[in-house]
Design a protein. Structure first.
Length: 98
């Protein structure tokens, strides 16, 4: 992992420690600038293939979420040299303990 992108919300607390452990750069996303987060926007589109915009998220079962996550983690990505996120993650040997 080379970079982490987040908004300025409370959920990004502890970002310096996480970035340091991963030896990654941490970037903040600017509001209303989706062009600056291409991979993130692409991933949002892939998620929407499983959960369309009109889907009521209160009706989604954990099994559906798990299936979507597995498909996304095992889908080859151009940005990763056509490797899957799982292949890249397990090759790096980094374990997150948060």
């Amino acid at each position: 992992m080379r970079t982490i992108t987040s908004d300025n919300g409370k959920k990004s607390a502890g970002r310096e420690e996480i970035a340091k452990k991963l030896k990654a750069n941490f970037y903040f996303a600017h509001p209303y600038s989706s062009w600056g987060r291409g991979t993130n926007e692409n991933t949002n589109g892939l998620i929407r293939q499983h959960f369309p915009k009109n889907r009521d998220f209160t009706t989604i079962m954990q099994q559906e979420i798990n299936m979507a996550m597995e498909r996304l983690k095992n889908r080859p990505r151009k940005r990763l040299g056509y490797q899957t996120p799982n292949q890249v993650a397990f090759k790096s040997g980094v374990a997150l303990h948060i």
